[in-house]
Ligand binder design. Structure first.
Ligand code: IMP
Length: 196
């Protein structure tokens, strides 16, 4: 079994890149597709897993090395799971993440239903011979008005269950060790520990 010495982190998102690097063992060399001038593929999948697999496959073929990719997003219960896999596309549609967060909060407030939501992350590791493993992580919580300035994306409007703060109000290390990405990574780690 060949140990992984370096790994391509299949994302252009700086927030995700940092979190994934900090979850992986320190000794692994982590490579960004930005440094290799590899663009992002179109996200044509219908699920988080389909998208993380297509990203892993794309970046692995382009970079010719073991690749770990993430597809993730925020599902809001009273919005029938939106923005979901379209989380980053909502930011484009509403001008920015700030605009998308305002839109989500206003819609939730207007509906006066549940504020329940969850972050979902699918992580896929792929080897150049085509072998791949995917795992999903989810964290449940509630939508609130924007609070806090840490983190990225939709962190300011999400309070995880059992905590008094939004992800954006938490210390970076606190969020890192409880979020959807961490949950997916811990499942994946069990399956790849012999390669690390
Ligand atoms: P994609 O996986 O590249 O389609 O992007 C998903 C989008 O969901 C990201 O651009 C983020 O805005 C959002 N997202 C995913 N994970 C997180 C998170 O941990 N915090 C805040 N936003 C997130």
């Amino acid at each position: 079994m060949q140990k992984i010495k370096k790994i391509l982190i299949g994302t252009h998102n700086k927030g995700k890149f940092k979190e994934i690097c900090d979850l992986l063992p320190k000794k692994l060399e982590k490579i960004s597709p930005i440094n290799l001038k590899i663009p992002s593929p179109d996200e044509t999948g219908k699920t988080f897993q389909e998208n993380s697999e297509l990203k892993a496959n794309f970046f692995c073929e382009m970079g010719k090395m073991v690749t770990l990719s993430d597809d993730s997003g925020l599902e809001v219960e009273c919005l029938d799971g939106e923005p979901g896999i379209y989380s980053s596309r909502w930011a484009k549609k509403y001008g920015s993440f700030d605009g998308a967060m305002t839109e989500i909060f206003n819609r939730v407030k207007k509906l006066k239903k549940s504020t329940a939501a969850q972050f979902v992350c699918s992580l896929t590791i792929q080897w150049p011979d085509g072998k791949k493993i995917s795992e999903i992580g989810k964290i449940k919580g509630d939508i609130c008005s924007k609070r806090g300035s840490n983190g990225f994306g939709y962190d300011p409007i999400f309070i995880p269950n059992g905590y008094p703060k939004t992800f954006a109000e938490m210390e970076y290390k606190k969020k890192l060790l409880i979020d959807h990405r961490y949950i997916a990574y811990k499942k994946l780690e069990k399956k790849i520990k012999n390669f690390l």
